[in-house]
Design a protein around this ligand. Structure first.
Ligand code: NAD
Length: 253
C-alpha cells in the first residue's frame, strides 16, 4: 500500500520554550517541521540539537514582517512541498501598568502577538488549500480572558488573537482548514522567568488548583492534538491548558 505523504507543520517562535516543545512533539509523531524564529543563533542551536536529516527546516524570520513571512512560506513550499499545520506561537510579553507602557511597547506587542498570526495565516492558507485542508493553532493566554493591573498590551493582544481564532474558524471552514487556540496558564519558560516576579509566582501557585506551573511538554500535547486528525471535528475552540486556573475563577496576579 502506498504510504501517505509525511505531513508538515510550521511552528513560529520555535527556538525555545513552548514552540520548541511543540516542534519536538510533531517530529516524534513522524511529521516534518519548519521551525521559525526571529533569533537566528538560538534557532540554529535548537535545530542542531533536534535536527533529523530532511525532517526539519530552520527559518530566521520576524512574524510581523509581511515580506519576510512570505519568503519563509516560499522556502517551505520549495523545500518541504506542503503545509498541513501552522502553530502561531511566537509572542512577546510586556507586563507594566498603563502609564508605564510606552507607545513603542504597545505597538510591538500587538505587531508580534496579533499581526504576526494574521500575516502567517494569510501566507499559509494557499498551501493548505492546495493540500485540501489543514489546521491552525494560535497560542493565546489566560490573559485573554482575565484582566489584571499589568497586562493592558499583552492581554489585549491575546484577546484579539482569541477572537481572530473564532473569526477564521468560521471563514476558513469551507476550505477544510480548522482554527483553534491553546490558552496556557503560566508555563516555566524564558518568558515566564522574564516577567513573573517572585510575588506573581507565589500568587499563581496559590491560585492554580493543580498548584504548579505548566510544563512546555504539556502544552505541546494539546497543540499537537488540535493539529492532528483526532481533532477533525473541532474548530473555533479555545482550549485552556492551565491547571484549572480559569475554572477556579480567581483573578490574575
Ligand atoms: P519564549 O519567550 O520562551 O519563546 C518565544 C519565542 O518566540 C522565542 O524563541 C522568541 O525568539 C520568538 N519570537 C519572539 N518574537 C518573535 C518574532 N517577532 N518573530 C518570530 N519569533 C519571535 O516564550 P514561551 O513562554 O515559550 O511563549 C510561547 C507562547 O506562549 C507566546 O505566544 C506566549 O505569549 C504564550 N504564553 C506563554 C505563557 C508562559 O507562562 N510562558 C503563558 C501564556 C501564554
Amino acid at each position: 500500500m502506498p504510504q501517505a505523504p509525511q505531513k508538515v507543520a510550521l511552528v513560529t517562535g520555535a527556538a525555545r520554550g513552548i514552540g520548541l516543545a511543540a516542534a519536538k512533539k510533531f517530529l516524534a509523531e513522524g511529521w516534518r517541521v519548519a521551525l521559525l524564529d526571529i533569533e537566528g543563533e538560538l534557532l540554529g542551536r535548537a535545530v542542531a540539537e533536534i535536527g533529523q536529516g530532511e525532517t526539519t527546516l530552520a527559518l530566521t524570520c520576524d512574524v510581523s514582517d509581511a515580506i519576510a513571512v512570505g519568503a519563509a512560506m516560499k522556502t517551505i513550499e520549495q523545500r518541504l512541498g506542503r503545509l498541513d499545520a501552522l502553530v502561531n506561537n511566537a509572542g512577546i510579553a510586556v507586563f507594566a501598568p498603563l502609564m508605564e507602557t510606552s507607545d513603542a511597547d504597545w505597538s510591538r506587542v500587538l505587531e508580534v502577538n496579533l499581526t504576526g498570526p494574521f500575516l502567517c495565516t494569510k501566507a499559509a492558507v494557499p498551501m493548505m488549500r492546495e493540500a485540501s485542508g489543514g489546521a491552525i493553532v494560535n497560542i493565546t493566554s489566560i490573559s485573554a480572558v482575565r484582566a489584571s493591573t499589568l497586562r493592558s498590551a499583552y492581554g489585549t493582544s491575546k484577546a484579539g488573537l482569541a477572537h481572530l481564532t473564532k473569526q477564521l474558524a468560521v471563514e476558513l471552514a469551507s476550505l477544510n482548514i480548522r482554527v483553534n487556540a491553546v490558552a496556557p496558564g503560566p508555563v516555566e519558560t524564558a518568558m515566564a522567568k522574564q516577567v513573573h516576579t517572585p510575588e506573581i509566582r507565589a500568587d499563581y501557585h496559590d491560585a492554580i488548583p493543580l498548584n504548579r506551573y505548566g510544563l512546555e511538554e504539556e502544552l505541546a500535547e494539546a497543540i499537537f492534538f488540535l493539529c492532528s486528525d483526532r481533532a477533525s471535528y473541532i474548530t473555533g475552540q479555545i482550549l485552556a491548558v492551565d491547571g484549572g486556573f480559569d475554572a477556579a475563577g480567581i483573578g490574575l496576579p
